[in-house]
Design a protein around this ligand. Structure first.
Ligand code: GDP
Ligand code: IMO
Ligand code: MG
Length: 422
């Protein structure tokens, strides 16, 4: 069998966690392949709400195997917090959550470096989640990182050498810190992490595929935050795109099956960086209020705007998306007019190709469609969709040339509609 990949097509927070949970019954193994606790994946069902950061979103449905893959960066302190939260609500994961030995560790000093780099950038700061993601991936690429498997061998020595190196870098910044207090939590986290099985996940995943079982790879962040193809430098430090699933799990590109591209019926972004369709008016405020657009990790208000089909089409191309999933359409339920950006005007010229730099001089060109003005949150089937809503989907499918197979009309697991009509 093949690995199906579910990934965000915008700037993150598209609703990946919810849909991974919905799709989990069809799979045997669910794995995160990149990112770390910068992710906040929200799931709601049976009146409960969970926000997952490093743990895959396949843990709630029927004893599936869940794997934290080699491409992930893991902070033991936050991992412990997350696991203890789940244990407190009755979810014991020891038997069904495995961690790749090759996943890199986020050290306490990575978090400090993240903060120091951000404050040194001043107004040009990225607006990171402050979780040490960039510095941890930097150490991985510069061949200085510590991996989960290192915990089993001469760990103290390796840890001390890494921290000494980080302290030396920190000494060049005007930045005060108290390492001891965060180190204590971190080492307690290491002990918690040791209660889980460390595995060679590339073998487990390929063996599972060879035995005819199905794997779902759960993306974090979104394509516009990808280190290569996102709105650089306002991006995260990993490959969030489909290709990242190959390197982040150790599977051949030939083994990739469906690519589920997930997007909101509008668009949001959290942190700094360009956002051509951002609304600085009441409509944007209304989207934020109705969509409850506040970061699930940091609580920061998310910037809101209309859907950007130029960026989405680019994301569809980069990822080879085979099925689209549209989220949060209910947020637009009462908008009389729905706008969709179909081109950019760059220096007076219209283009539908995503440009090298969208920082300045990009003006969105909009198509306007009538809103559906109907509460869709209780709908159970596509037969109930209002005509204007079907027209919006048709419009998106025509532009993106990929079918919309799932529509989400509310945060709950049950508010999910599969489309069967071609
Ligand atoms: P992720 O990071 O991609 O998993 O997404 P987040 O969990 O960060 O953000 C999505 C937010 O939207 C969460 O608060 C979800 O509970 C919520 N959500 C997901 N789907 C829908 C939907 O269809 N409608 C509404 N109103 N909220 C949704
Ligand atoms: P999920 O998986 C939305 C953003 C940050 C910042 C930039 C770099 O929940 O969709 P980082 O801490 O990664 O170095 O920050 O990326 N960012 C996210 N935005 N959703 C996320 O994850 C994000 N993870 C990082 O706000 O702009
Ligand atoms: Mg999120």
């Amino acid at each position: 069998m093949k690995v199906d990949v579910l990934l965000g097509l915008q700037w993150g927070d598209e609703g990946k966690g919810k849909i991974v949970d919905v799709l989990t019954p069809d799979y045997d193994l669910i794995s995160r392949f990149q990112g770390g606790p910068n992710a906040g994946h929200t799931l709601e069902f049976e009146g409960q709400k969970y926000v997952l950061r490093s743990v895959p979103s396949g843990i709630f449905q029927g004893g599936k195997i869940n794997v934290i893959g080699n491409g992930v960066v893991l902070d033991p302190a936050l991992f412990k917090q997350e696991i203890e939260g789940l244990e407190a609500s009755g979810h014991n994961l020891a038997e069904r959550l495995y961690v790749s030995k090759k996943a890199h560790l986020i050290l306490p000093t990575h978090r400090l470096l993240d903060a120091a780099y951000e404050s040194a950038k001043g107004s040009a700061k990225i607006g990171t989640t402050g979780k040490g993601i960039g510095p941890a991936y930097t150490d991985k690429v510069s061949r200085n990182g510590l991996r989960v498997g290192d915990i089993l061998c001469n760990f103290e020595e390796k840890y001390k050498a890494a921290v000494a190196r980080h302290k030396e870098i920190l000494s060049h910044f005007d930045f005060e810190y108290d390492l001891e207090s965060i180190e204590k939590d971190w080492f307690e986290g290491i002990e918690k992490l040791k209660t889980f099985q460390f595995i060679d996940s590339e073998f487990i995943i390929n063996d599972i595929l060879a035995s005819g079982k199905k794997v779902l790879a759960e993306g974090a962040q979104g394509t516009m935050l990808d280190i290569d193809f996102g709105s650089y430098p306002f991006v995260t430090s990993s490959n969030t795109i489909c290709a990242g699933a190959c390197t982040g799990l150790g599977v051949s590109p030939k083994k990739i099956g469906e690519v589920y591209g997930i997007f909101k019926a509008y668009c949001t972004r959290v942190g700094s960086g360009p956002f051509p369709t951002e609304l600085h008016n009441e409509e944007g405020d209304e989207m934020r209020r109705l969509g409850n657009e506040f970061g699930s990790v940091t609580g920061r208000p998310r910037r809101c705007g209309w859907i950007d089909l130029v960026a989405l089409k680019y994301a569809v191309m980069i990822n080879g998306v085979s099925q689209l999933i549209m989220m949060k359409s209910d947020v637009l339920d009462q908008f009389p007019i729905i706008k969709a950006c179909v081109a950019y005007k760059v220096n007076g010229e219209e283009t539908d190709e995503f440009p090298f730099d969208i920082t300045e001089g990009v003006e969105p060109v909009y198509a306007e469609l009538p809103g559906w003005k109907t509460d869709m949150t209780g709908m159970q089937s596509e037969n109930e969709f209002p005509e204007e809503f079907n027209n919006y989907i048709d419009f998106l499918e025509d532009y993106l040339e990929v079918p919309v197979k799932i529509v989400s009309v509310g945060p709950d697991r049950a508010q999910t509609i599969i489309r069967y009509v071609e």
